[in-house]
Design a protein around this ligand. Structure first.
Ligand code: HDE
Length: 733
């Protein structure tokens, strides 16, 4: 910020900063309360960038009505020049993202483990900005790609910004940052033809993975339904690396960070994801925006697993290895606070695009471990922002500023905003009273944890990182049967898109190290056999002079047979809040039943849309006008969580003859969703392929009593999906 007023030594207040505070903190703030940079043009004249009022924004300056445009037209040139420069490089990874503002509050003081003030002060409401993202796709790619999701949270604390830059999966593909460019080159579209967009289902990705067995655990996550979330609001988040917490006495513990969504963890079906990508590629972005806009604020609890330093070597895996998680059975997750997202950004570019996260943004009480992936990231984020945001002053962009004043001797550079006063931009100095000056630890100065290290300088990997398969097995064994089937299908799909047969074979050899049954099922789908004697080819991630035997994966068995927290089947299923329910109707619909079911769903926080053959209104059985939200042409079952067909003879007869309505139901059934129908609308269900299968299906509710139906239907929607329907496996849509 600019102009700082001095009050007493060491304490500066800034008029402008206070205004900015409101901008960053102001929850549901009106535009006029926002930062001074916020533009609200209501009632204002159109001007040039120098403030000149514009009289004609429709015509350029010409030599005569039909003559050439004149170079003199500074208004035209300014407008076009700015337009020509509107794009900045997209993020090299995580380019596609959606952001939201919110607040965080800690439940109880964590002073015993960390001195971070925002985790000590139960009265503090810390503003946050969150950006969710996919990893591989470009900025305009679909939200529903099979991919890891970024889950980056910035806490604007009273001690500076703390960024928890995590993912929705607790482990990663690689163990050392030096492999990251290789991993990303492999997953991005292939360089000769830039195909495929936002998809890992191609040769180069699986080529790399099949030669990198340390990725085995992450591959299990990435091929699970975690990679196709129902909503960004229904994902877990993880800090991935082991971090450190440090208390006021300087005692450190290791910590893993978790975000637990209060709506539970839910996914869509893969066939559904692919359909959504066509019908609404902004599905997740829209869902997040609409939820916040309607006041259904997404919430997560922050969880921590705290491990005393003394226990560092107590585990079967290395705490520094980012391909390993700490099972919740071994170290329970304590829920320590809640994050609520309650405000949509005002401007996508200014906030969501320009936000520059960095896991080096920490506050006293939070520190790093020696995880070699984490260490590399500490370099990468600032480096990439320099290119993406065009110079070293990106921290001055409003979304990146802390809510407390910044004072240092950094000066100049592209687009400098701050007008620093005085003669000194160095320290120590006498001319400027030696300000700004260093803070003692007791004054909040950051002191790196003085970890004792005595080591040789080597390029090497610790032997404790070589167990590549035990947690991949643990993850697979912890899944429900439908989840295991989905992993098998996902691998069969992805490897089916791989053209090079030897890559498929190497992947089968790798999968066989995790689970023979899984490998056999995928081999069957690919029309191949699991190759023998390929295991030794699997690890090519070794230095030139190394003996491959020294780098072979060690096959340690996990002492846990399974971990319930790893299966989405065990997630909470107690709410239909924000679930979208379609009501299929046509002229002649029984509006009483429709309204009863609609009111019951809305009372539980569900969202209802009436879908009819055409937009406008339909005329009900009792001659009432029922508003139509979407026509069959624009709507699609994949954009809803459940579907209800009310009674009314004419309505049912119309829907039965309407191919789109029948398709809607068929697809909803195929994707294992809750379906309800009035008994008098059974003829519509009779037109579907599943009509013969509904008797024993708990997810299909038929009743002539609308109240009863609503009750059972709501229970069914809470279950999210009836995956057991897939047992028949071959369900047409
Ligand atoms: Fe990132 N990552 N990353 N990453 N990452 C970036 O920074 C990088 C990794 C994550 O919404 C980039 O600002 C390296 C793990 C998120 O703006 C870049 C390595 C995890 C986001 C970068 C990793 C993440 C990024 C690209 C291996 C989960 C989006 C643009 C050592 C814990 C943040 C940018 C946002 C973005 C580098 C691995 C999460 C290039 C070198 C592991 C959520 O700096």
């Amino acid at each position: 910020m600019t102009s700082q007023k001095k009050t007493e030594k060491g304490k500066d207040t800034t008029g402008d900063t206070k205004k900015l505070d409101k901008g960053v903190q102001g929850v549901n703030a009106k535009t006029e309360n926002l930062a001074p940079h916020t533009a609200d043009s209501t009632g204002e004249f159109l001007t040039t960038n120098t403030g000149l009022k514009i009289n004609d924004d429709q015509n350029s300056l010409k030599a005569g009505e039909r003559g050439p445009t004149l170079l003199e037209d500074f208004i035209l040139r300014e407008k076009i020049t700015h337009f020509d420069h509107e794009r900045i490089p997209e993020r090299v990874v995580h380019a596609r993202g959606s952001g939201a503002h919110g607040v965080f509050r800690v439940y109880e003081s964590l002073a015993p483990v960390t001195k971070a003030l925002f985790l000590n002060d139960t009265g503090a409401e810390t503003p946050v900005f969150v950006r969710f993202s996919t990893v591989a796709g470009s900025k305009g790619s679909t939200d529903l790609a099979r991919d890891v999701r970024g889950f980056a949270v910035r806490f604007y604390t009273q001690e500076g910004n703390f960024d928890l830059v995590g993912n929705n999966m607790p482990v990663f593909f690689i163990q050392d940052a030096i492999k990251f460019p290789d991993l990303i080159h492999a997953v991005k579209p292939e360089p000769d033809n830039e195909i495929p967009q936002a998809a890992s289902a191609h040769d180069t990705f699986w080529d790399f993975i099949s030669l990198t067995p340390e990725s085995a655990h992450m591959i299990m996550w990435a091929m699970s339904d975690r990679a196709i979330p129902r909503s960004l609001r229904m994902m877990e988040g993880f800090g991935v690396h082991t971090f450190r917490l440090v208390n006021a006495e300087g005692v450190a513990s290791f910590v893993k960070f978790h975000w637990k969504p209060l709506l539970g963890v839910h996914s869509v079906a893969w066939d559904e994801a692919q359909n959504i990508s066509g019908k609404d590629p902004d599905f997740h972005r829209r869902d997040l925006w609409d939820a916040i806009d309607s006041g259904a604020f997404p919430e997560w609890e922050l969880g921590i697993q705290v491990i005393p330093e003394a226990d560092e070597f107590k585990f079967e895996f290395d705490l520094l290895d980012p391909t390993k998680l700490v099972p919740e059975e071994l170290v329970p997750v304590q829920r320590i606070g809640k994050m609520t997202l309650n405000r949509n950004p005002d401007n996508f570019f200014a906030e969501t695009e320009q936000v520059a996260f960095h896991l080096g943004h920490v506050v006293p009480g939070i520190d790093f471990s020696n995880d070699p992936l984490l260490q590399g990231r500490l370099f990468s984020y600032t480096d990439t922002q320099l290119l993406r945001l065009g110079g070293p002053n990106f921290q001055e962009i409003p979304i990146n500023r802390p809510i407390i004043p910044v004072h240092n001797n950094q000066r100049d550079g592209h687009m400098r905003q701050t007008i620093n006063k005085g003669k000194t931009s160095y320290t120590p100095n006498t001319i400027g009273g030696n300000d700004p000056h260093q803070a003692k630890a007791a004054e909040g100065g950051f002191v790196s944890y003085p970890e004792r290290i005595s080591a040789s300088k080597v390029r090497a990997r610790s032997k404790s990182f070589f167990d590549h398969y035990s947690q991949a097995k643990l993850f697979f064994n912890s899944q429900s049967d439908p989840e295991k089937n989905h992993i098998t299908d996902a691998l069969s799909f992805e490897l089916g898109k791989v053209k090079t047969v030897v890559i498929r074979e190497r992947m089968l050899a790798l999968l066989a190290q995790i689970d023979k049954g899984l490998a056999a099922a995928v081999a069957y789908a690919l029309g191949l056999h699991i190759p023998e004697n390929m295991a030794e080819q699997l690890n090519q991630n070794i230095p030139a002079d190394a003996d491959p035997a020294d780098y072979a994966s060690t096959q340690v068995e996990s002492s846990l047979a399974k971990s319930d927290a790893l299966s989405m089947a065990n997630t909470i299923k107690d709410s239909i809040k924000t679930r979208k329910v379609a009501i299929l109707a046509a002229d002649g619909v029984d509006e009483k039943a429709l309204n009863t079911v609609k009111a019951a769903i809305e009372a539980e926080g569900g969202v209802v849309e009436v879908i009819a053959p055409r937009l406008g209104f339909i005329t009900s059985l009792n001659n009432e006008q029922v508003h139509v939200d979407e026509s069959m042409l624009g709507a699609a079952s994949v954009l809803f969580d459940a579907v209800y067909v009310p009674g009314g003879g004419n309505s049912a007869a119309t829907l039965k003859a309407e191919a789109d309505a029948v398709h809607f139901l068929n697809e909803a059934f195929k994707h294992c969703k809750a379906i309800a129908a009035d008994e008098s609308a059974l003829q519509v269900l009779d037109a579907t392929y599943f009509s013969k299968k509904i008797e024993n299906d708990e997810g299909v509710i038929v009743s002539s009593d609308a109240r009863q139906l609503a009750k059972q239907f709501i229970q069914a929607i809470k279950q999210h999906r009836f995956w057991e329907r897939e047992k028949g496996r071959k369900i047409p849509a």
